[in-house]
Design a protein around this ligand. Structure first.
Ligand SMILES: Nc1ncnc2c1ncn2[C@@H]1O[C@H](COP(=O)(O)OP(=O)(O)OP(=O)(O)O)[C@@H](O)[C@H]1O
Length: 322
């Protein structure tokens, strides 16, 4: 991995619900190198958006128990108060493109003004300079400069998504978190957005955390993959290793569930359901669905077995490394 840009250790986030306290992000740790794209992959409800919210401190009212250490370019973000975090880290350090944010653009404000807003409001740039910078970023993400003067309803879904991406990039953050950036779009539009992201990555050296449930999308941009299951990471590996030789039984099952061209075997669904985050099992969270389950899996939670290119949270690997 290149020099670490973002280092996350022991990140946790709880929600207070009627049914009790739910730990949606449980002891999550990973690193993202400079200019690197880490894909956080996992099925719906496993805690991916909660992870993004925890990193950006954009928490709903019923959230609590935000814990862990987050370092960005060596700066200890967890030691900052909220006010300093918003002023000094949001937009310039870390920026987030939230799920469905292309539908959250203000309908009565021209797109260019909205994209320039982080520069004007957070960095105090005057309007003309901010709009000129917005025009540069528009071009970078593949939007014609004259679209600055359009209203959101005059743009297609893909164009609006590019505009939201431009807004995240406008203050040149070191790292952008993208939560399901293409899930509401058709495949051609998705491909266009992924190409725009590749271009930004190559030209600006921006780091990315791309959150998705879609294996095909993830393989487009990923340098490394972090696979999430029931609130925890279960595998962190470089992309090539993950896609060619997934280690965790859940990773293997996930890859086997993806249809592939010219494959004789049918895609296999993963039987069963993930456990409730309100009452997760004491041992491995995937044990109930795992074809390789043995006695230890139900009794004790596995920790990560470290390996240079692939870390796996599974007793099979712990046993092997003993
Ligand atoms: N504000 C909240 N209050 C209570 N529970 C919540 C809240 N937000 C999310 N959850 C629950 O936390 C768990 C993780 O949700 P999260 O949205 O982070 O998952 P996800 O992997 O991003 O899924 P999706 O892709 O469907 O959004 C889920 O069980 C969800 O129902």
């Amino acid at each position: 991995m290149p020099e670490a840009l973002l280092e996350v250790e022991g990140l946790t986030l709880d929600y207070h619900t009627r049914g009790g306290v739910m730990r949606a992000v449980d002891d999550v740790g990973f690193a993202v190198g400079r200019g690197e794209a880490l894909v956080v992959l996992g099925e719906s409800g496993c805690g991916k958006s909660s992870l993004a919210r925890a990193l950006m401190r954009l928490l709903p009212r019923n959230a609590g128990g935000l814990g862990g250490r987050v370092r960005l370019a060596g700066r200890e973000l967890h030691l900052l108060d909220d006010e300093t975090f918003r002023r000094e880290v949001q937009w310039q350090g870390l920026a987030l493109v939230m799920q469905a944010s292309m539908n959250a653009l203000n309908p009565v404000v021209k797109v260019g003004e909205q994209v320039a807003e982080p520069l004007r409001v957070h960095l105090g740039w005057e309007r003309r300079r901010a709009l000129a910078r917005a025009a540069e970023v528009f071009e970078l993400v593949g939007l014609p400069g004259d679209f600055l003067r359009r209203y959101p309803f005059e743009l297609s879904g893909g164009m609006r998504q590019r505009a939201v991406l431009a807004m995240a990039l406008v203050a040149e953050p070191a790292l952008v978190i993208l939560d399901e950036p293409t899930s509401a779009l058709d495949v051609l539009t998705q491909a266009g957005i992924m190409n725009a992201l590749k271009r930004v990555k190559a030209e600006l050296g921006t780091g990315f955390i791309l959150i998705t449930h879609d294996v095909a999308t993830s393989s487009e941009l990923a340098d490394r993959v972090a696979l999430m299951y029931a609130g925890q990471l279960v595998e962190v590996a470089d992309a090539e290793t993950f896609f060619s030789a997934p280690g965790h039984p859940y990773a293997q099952a996930l890859m086997a569930s993806v249809p592939k061209l010219r494959q004789r075997e049918r895609p296999r669904a993963i039987p069963g359901e993930p456990p409730s985050l309100l009452d997760p099992p004491a041992g491995c969270r995937f044990a109930a669905r795992c074809p390789h389950r043995f006695a230890d899996c139900d009794r004790l939670p596995p920790s990560f077995a470290p390996a240079p290119r692939q870390e796996v949270r599974c007793w099979l690997y712990k046993e092997a490394s003993r």
